[in-house]
Design a protein around this ligand. Structure first.
Ligand SMILES: NC(=[NH2+])NCCC[C@H](N)C(=O)O
Ligand SMILES: [Mn+2]
Ligand SMILES: [Mn+2]
Length: 305
């Protein structure tokens, strides 16, 4: 067995029932929907030793607030991310590959903080209809799930950057955003000026997913000691994945997404995977949950032949 097989052989599920980083309620039920749809069984079928320790415990939902800040539900989101950081850190220390299931995308700040304590140079493949590259200064919505990629790269105010007590090891030159088609105006400028490589839906249309993923893996895997994949289910076309909080037309097809995950599974330094933004309330007969489980399986090495 190669070293990589050892790592992916043991997976710990970190369920994060948080939706306070987003505007729409319901994403907090994502982890349980994935369990009900057979996540654990699907991974066990691949021969993986799966440990599901349940969801991270979060305090009860706070009363509805009037927002006067650009960081909605700030305390609650930071608290959840601290827990994510600790759970992911413990998973790695215990020899488990962390599979973080959301929950809204703000939780990525906790995952990347944990990874930063173990690895020196982290590459990220962020698969998303959005950039999540806003900062406190550029956000229009005030929703922290729209800021988690920028924060993971060390961008933004001290209210988020460094707030988890860890200096980020994410290197922007090793970061890729794939599937983008909905960027806020200032976020767009920030991304353009950054060292993140962006492959928009148009790039996928023009070049095909295979070429895009070859480039993405070269950027995020070569010369890094860890690859983190952060998969926001809203990257999918809403016809394939209706159960997400912020759907955007013109997304990835079923096969494009599977090919991306199949190619990711071949990266020897894949160290963590995060799948976020499933909203079971908006789903139709669990198609989105089932799709997510299939994609996770592909990332863990499920093959057609
Ligand atoms: N993880 C997500 N679904 N993010 C959506 C972000 C949407 C928008 N750009 C915002 O900042 O609010
Ligand atoms: Mn998104
Ligand atoms: Mn996102």
């Amino acid at each position: 067995m190669s070293k990589k097989d050892d790592v992916i052989g043991k997976v710990r599920i970190v369920g994060v029932p948080l939706d306070l980083g987003a505007d729409r309620r319901g994403i907090d039920m994502g982890p349980d929907a994935l369990r009900n749809d057979g996540l654990v069984e699907a991974l066990e079928k691949l021969g993986i030793d799966v440990q599901d320790t349940g969801n991270i415990m979060l305090p009860p939902r706070p009363p509805k607030k009037k927002y006067d800040s650009r960081l909605k539900n700030y305390e609650e989101v930071i608290f959840a991310c601290q827990r994510v950081r600790d759970f992911v850190g413990r998973s790695i220390a215990d020899g488990y590959f962390p599979l973080v299931i959301g929950g809204d995308h703000s939780i990525a700040m906790g995952t990347t903080a944990a990874l930063s304590t173990f690895y020196n140079k982290i590459g990220i493949i962020w698969i998303d209809a959005h950039g999540d590259f806003n900062t406190e200064d550029t956000t229009i919505s005030g929703n922290i799930h729209g800021m988690s990629f920028a924060t993971s790269c060390g961008r933004g105010s001290k209210n988020l950057v460094g707030k988890l007590g860890v200096r980020t090891s994410v290197s922007e030159a090793n970061c890729v955003l794939i599937g983008a088609r909905d960027l806020d105006p200032l976020e767009r400028e920030l991304l353009k000026k950054s060292n993140v490589t962006v492959f928009t839906m148009r790039d996928i249309d023009e070049q095909g997913m295979h070429k895009i993923m070859k480039k993405a893996l070269k950027i995020a895997c070569d010369g890094t000691d860890a690859l983190h994949v952060s998969f926001d289910i809203d990257v999918m076309d809403p016809m394939e994945a209706p159960g997400v909080g912020t759907p955007v037309q013109g997304g990835m097809t079923y096969r494009e997404a599977h090919l991306a995950m199949e190619m990711i599974s071949e990266c020897p330094n894949l160290k963590s995977l995060e799948v976020v933004e499933l909203n079971p309330i908006l789903d139709r007969q669990n198609v989105t949950g089932k799709l997510a489980i299939g994609l996770i399986s592909s990332a863990f090495g499920k093959k057609i032949l």
